[in-house]
Design a protein around this ligand. Structure first.
Ligand code: GLN
Length: 447
């Protein structure tokens, strides 16, 4: 904990991974843990970690990087945070993100943007950019992020660390501030696949406080890391290698990684996920639709900031929301309310739901014959700050490889696979629902 805080004080002025560092509290907790208990130590005993600022932490400000929550102090912990605490981790602080997790670059934070530790002129990715950057900058050995359309995997790729999005329902969403409830999942950032398996083990499990939490048997993830993937069946989706805007050098690194898997004894075949081309459009209807409903609760009454000087109730709502939300959040609320409005519902929301099913069926078909699907995590390496911020459509297209996984509810991990122009590339390994163990085994064997 001491080393983590020292490293943060040395580097975070440049990286800006944190919205809040709770140094004193962390040292207090760490000192308590110096007194070792009898018997076997819990999984994360004394290990410092950071939490994305959209997971509530009791008594510790939680803002979602939004001005509208800039004064919000939650009275309870997210289940994932409680589980880390049960395993005796030390909370170091809350990491920066795109406001309400909407974005792919961290530039939508309502406060400031986190920088990529590999090149401070570049974005760390998003929306969990702070959680990726803090692990990459070796400030902490692990952090938690959330992934609705790629927000763990894409920043993990851009920052050269490991990031895992679990199967929908494996990790409780209780206390994760809702963006798009049918897509959101919490997952770990770490530097190695082994660490990733340890953190995952700590946060999974059924939670009666989350109605979408799955009641499934939890395997021992560490013992899945055998190093042996002989005979495993790997599928390569051909659509992912012809995606618009994909950097050929990134694809080359991914092809090299696939050859490594072959060298380890896996069999590799090309497959088709024919509805891939609809994924981005489907996501950018469904996610804003859910967000527009979820964000209705920020009305200046129940949570966070209330605007001054309003003349009446409606005026107070308007002023609070106009001043409190940033431009991307407003764009999503407008897109979402439009898609859900009567008269347009059938044409947009309903159609997107049907397409979502087709995308899920694409994966079901492939997973009937294969153990994992392998692809790039993102079409490029980390881009320059400012490069895409004025062009939301290009920014949205960046999510092409990650979004289908959320729509299907299945797990995926991003592991570093080489460099292009000195910047890290991410390899995405997609698993069957609730088969994180096989996915981790492949990632570990490759690493
Ligand atoms: N980039 C995507 C978006 O802006 C994904 C965000 C996320 O996963 N939270 O919606």
């Amino acid at each position: 904990t001491e080393a983590a805080l020292k490293r943060i004080s040395e580097t975070d002025e440049r990286v800006k991974a944190y919205l809040l560092v709770v140094g004193e509290q962390a040292m207090e907790e760490a000192k308590k843990l110096d007194q070792l208990p009898e018997g076997e130590l819990p999984l994360l005993y004394g290990i410092p970690g950071a939490i994305k600022d959209n997971m509530v932490t009791r008594g510790i400000r939680t803002t979602c990087a939004s001005k509208i929550l800039s004064n919000y102090i939650p009275p309870y912990n997210a289940t994932a945070v409680n589980k880390l605490q049960d395993n005796r981790f030390v909370l170091i602080g809350k990491t920066n993100m795109d406001e309400f997790a909407m974005g792919s670059s961290n530039e939508n934070s309502g406060f400031f943007s986190t920088k990529n530790p590999w090149d401070l002129e570049r974005v760390p990715g998003g929306s969990s950019g702070g959680s990726a950057a803090t692990v990459a900058a070796k400030q902490v050995p692990f952090s938690l992020g959330s992934d609705t359309g790629g927000s763990i995997r894409q920043p993990a790729a851009y920052c050269g660390v490991v990031g895992l999005k679990p199967t929908y329902g494996l990790v409780s969403r209780f206390g994760l501030v809702a963006f798009a409830s049918s897509l959101d999942q919490i997952g770990p950032f770490t530097r190695t696949v082994e660490d990733c398996a340890i953190v995952l083990q700590a946060i999974v499990g059924h939670d009666p406080n989350d109605s979408t939490s799955a009641n499934v048997e939890i395997p021992d993830y560490l013992s899945a890391l055998t190093g042996d993937i002989k005979g495993l069946k790997v599928a390569i989706p051909k659509e992912y290698f012809h995606a618009e805007g994909a950097d050929p050098e990134v694809l080359e690194q991914v092809r090299n990684a696939i050859r490594v898997l072959e060298g380890l004894g896996a069999t590799v075949d090309e497959v088709s996920l024919p509805h891939t081309k609809y994924a981005v459009a489907t996501y950018y209807l469904l996610a804003p639709a859910e967000a527009s409903s979820n964000l209705a609760r920020y009305d200046g009454v129940r949570y966070g900031v209330r605007a001054e000087g309003a003349m009446n109730l409606v005026d107070m709502y308007k002023k609070t929301r106009s001043e409190g939300f940033g431009p991307e959040v407003k764009r999503r609320i407008m897109l979402g309310t439009y898609a859900l409005s009567s008269g347009y519902y059938d044409a947009y929301y309903l159609r997107a739901q049907k397409t979502r099913t087709l995308i899920k069926q694409d994966f079901d078909r492939v997973f009937a014959d294969y153990d994992v699907i392998v692809s790039p995590t993102a079409p490029t390496v980390a881009f320059k700050s400012g490069e895409k911020i004025d062009d939301p459509l290009t920014m949205y297209l960046n999510d092409i490889y990650t979004i289908p996984v959320n729509l299907a509810g299945i797990p995926a991990i991003s592991v570093p696979c080489g460099l292009v122009n000195g910047l890290p590339v991410g390899l995405q390994i997609i698993g069957k629902a609730f088969d994180e163990a096989t996915m981790l085994r492949v990632a570990h064997a490759y690493e």
